[in-house]
Design a protein around this ligand. Structure first.
Ligand code: GDP
Ligand code: MN
Length: 383
């Protein structure tokens, strides 16, 4: 789960990372009051979970509270579009923070490196721009240091990394303590990533987080009830948000065939076969182990909320999941939904005979194999 910038900064501040004073709001009148309270010299920032907000026009500096308030009024409710997010996102909340005078911009992050199975610290003196861009154009400018799971990160390792990254002398001590605090926040929040970009050095020589991004491991959300409550707000797609609320793993892909499977393996196989048959997967959804009628029904409803879906492919191998429960759930969903999209089901495993009986004579087209099913649904969806 991605946290908004204001939530990320709140977390980092709790662990001693310096952040600019500021407040979040969705109300233009309150925005003006906040800007006045901060003295008028403020930065107004859209709280949308997408990269490149600055370039998308979602971050702007002002000298007076009136100007900031006028921009805030325009920004709330506006759709921002960036290179990273071409469909864009609507701005609901804005952060108003005191402007940081920036002499130099750096990059620091702590994240999980799956290749080496450790968390790492990443440091670069090339802050401000997207780190992916730095990685492409000047990979040598990014220094990485692994955090030993047992021993943690020692000061000398950290000092060496900071020096290797060419962080100027006057900022080094501050950066050591900032990164140590960042690591504490990362661990306490069960984060997958915490990133400060830009990590700003002011003309007075103070290091401060001008932007912050945090992503929390979804599997640990049960330990973070405060974030859990807002997790559906942070999904980037409205159907994904609804799936979060229903506790269903759903991924939007953008093609035309909706896919329901049980277990990641079957779902991935379905994606491959649909693609091999010349189709494009619209989304996929894992009903999970032991799904009962209600859950299956809920899954079918979710898939069909996507207007791009022209056909539904169901690929279930019953183990703990009983195929007759799946069949009942699918029929229950179509009994209430007003749709005539084609559906192909390949079902096997526990209680398959009962399941086939339930589906017999219904609008659900049976398939013997995954390949056959994928071909059928792609044809029918074109049909
Ligand atoms: P992002 O585009 O989503 O990463 O949003 P950022 O918060 O990083 O803002 C984009 C850019 O705006 C930064 O790289 C800075 O150059 C600039 N910026 C943001 N906040 C401030 C600030 O307080 N002071 C100054 N001078 N520039 C800022
Ligand atoms: Mn940024």
């Amino acid at each position: 789960m991605k946290l908004h910038e204001y939530q990320s900064k709140e977390l980092l501040a709790r662990y001693g990372v310096p952040v600019p004073a500021g407040d979040v709001t969705s109300d233009p009148i309150e925005a003006k009051a906040i800007a006045e309270r901060l003295g008028g010299k403020v930065v107004v920032k859209a709280q949308v979970l997408m990269g490149g907000r600055g370039k998308a026009g979602g971050v702007k500096l002002f000298d007076t509270a009136d100007d900031a308030a006028a921009f805030a009024k325009d920004l709330i409710g506006k759709r921002l579009i960036s290179k990273q997010n071409p469909t864009g996102m609507v701005v609901e909340k804005i952060l108003i923070a005191e402007t940081v005078d920036i002499a130099k911009e750096f990059y620091v992050a702590v994240l999980l490196d799956r290749n080496i199975q450790k968390s790492i610290v990443m440091i670069s003196a090339e802050g401000g721009m997207e780190i992916e861009e730095v990685a492409e154009t000047n990979p040598g400018a990014i220094v990485k240091v692994a955090i030993d799971p047992a021993w943690g990160l020692s000061d000398f390792q950290l000092r060496k990394a900071i020096k290797d990254a060419n962080i100027p002398k006057e900022a080094r001590n501050q950066m050591v303590s900032m990164i140590k605090n960042l690591v504490r926040a990362y661990e306490a929040a069960d984060a997958e990533m915490v990133e400060i970009n830009p990590c700003a050095l002011t003309p007075e020589g103070k290091l401060i987080a001008a932007d912050a991004k945090v992503s929390i491991d979804d599997n640990s959300l049960f330990r973070h009830k405060d974030y859990q409550a807002t997790s559906s707000d942070s999904a980037e797609d409205p159907i994904e948000a609804e799936a979060n609320r229903r506790g269903i793993a759903y991924v939007k892909l953008g093609g035309e065939i909706g896919i329901i499977g049980n277990g990641a393996g079957l779902v991935m196989q379905s994606l491959d076969e649909i693609t091999a048959a010349g189709g494009t997967p619209a989304n996929f959804l894992d009903v999970g182990g032991g799904a009962k009628e209600d859950r299956v029904r809920s899954c079918v409803e979710l898939i069909l909320m996507d207007p791009a879906v022209k056909g539904l492919f169901i690929n279930i191998f019953g183990g703990i999941t009983r195929v007759d429960e799946v069949a009942k759930g699918v029929l229950a969903a179509f009994a209430t939904l007003d749709t005539d999209i084609p559906v192909v089901a390949r079902i096997e495993g526990t209680a398959v005979e009962e399941g086939r009986k339930i589906l017999a004579g219904s609008r659900i087209v049976p398939a013997e194999t995954v390949q056959e099913g994928a071909k059928k649904i792609v044809e029918l969806a074109r049909g």
